[in-house]
Design a protein around this ligand. Sequence first.
Ligand SMILES: *Cc1c(COP(=O)(O)O)cnc(C)c1O
Length: 395
Amino acid sequence: MSIYRDWGLEPIINVSGSVTRLGGAPMPKAVLDAFCAAAQDAVPLDELQGAASRVIAEATGAEAGIVTSGAAAGLMLGTAAILTGYNLGRMEKLPHTEEFPHEFVVAREHRNGYDHAVRAAGARFVEVGFQEIVAGAGVRRAEAWEYEAAFGPKTAGVLHVYDVNAAPPLAELVKVAHARGLPVLVDAAGELPPRSNLKAILATGADLVAFSGGKAIRGPQATGILCGRRDFIGSALLQMLDMDDHFELWEPPATLIDKSKLAGIPRHGIGRALKVSKEQIAALLTALKLFTSGAYDRELADMGRWLQQIANALAKAPARCNLMPSDGQSYPILEITLTGKKSAFDVCRSLRRGKPSVQVGHLKLGPGTLVINPLHLNDERTAALIRRLQDELSA
Ligand SMILES: *Cc1c(COP(=O)(O)O)cnc(C)c1O
């Protein structure tokens, strides 16, 4: 019996993965237990973030790290840290940044909806480069010299949205930025797995990296990780923590915040609206341990079996199934390409409206393909999904 029925909602079958719109990833029992256990006692949040920093540093190789309320929150806090450093006056002014360097240079092809979080902190984008291959108008993409040419007295930093095939590669961009003393903030929200990315992205020399906690790590949906240079992480934490304390009594964790560099306690910062609870922090750290130890890999065989069952059941349906196996860390994926009269949009809509409601991955609806991500599947849901797919495809 689902708790959502208490409020008149029917649970859906989510086969589009850990998408935020549908509530993210399922949390393992150990993660939920950590959430409940954390609620039993009180601890100072700054000290808990200090402990989180040690765990995150070990997992990522960063100098320091904090738990944020999502990767987007990490981008906003990371931007705030780059814009203000330890300057209390600047912290108080955010998001108004006219009086100090506030431009972030970004490749046009990296612009996306999540960069609203960077702009919301007070940064203004200066766009460089063209994606001439996508435009069908050439052979080149953004190049390192274009960033360099855009740097000026108002530049505060660089935003990079991580992709292994990014152009220019992150390591090259870091070199160009650091030559001018400029930090690089990286959006790596969805770049796990592979687990190696936890360390590999920072190993390029990037200054700050944001990961989602509610995607592959399977922590609470509203968690994330911001990791990187200690001075920036300290500034980010100062701008997120509740600051209702006396300077004489305040003892922030020395590993994250150098109190001797501060003229006083900042007011509640721009990140106060992005606060994280002790339960979220405990749950995320527990999930991070499971993720880094490879505990989730054991589920991949079951996931492959469920997808194979779906493909087998659709053998006579007007569709072509393509099961892409797991590489050992990422989920296997089933693509169902429709060969009948119904469009993928129509099938997708009927799947959403039926009972139980089904939401498939819609990355490839244009080309007529439903994408099935097995993250939320089990035996029972697989059977129900097969019935729904058979009904909608043959109808
Ligand atoms: C998911 C995602 C985000 C947002 O992450 P949250 O943890 O949901 O805040 C940001 N950027 C990219 C590229 C993403 O895929």
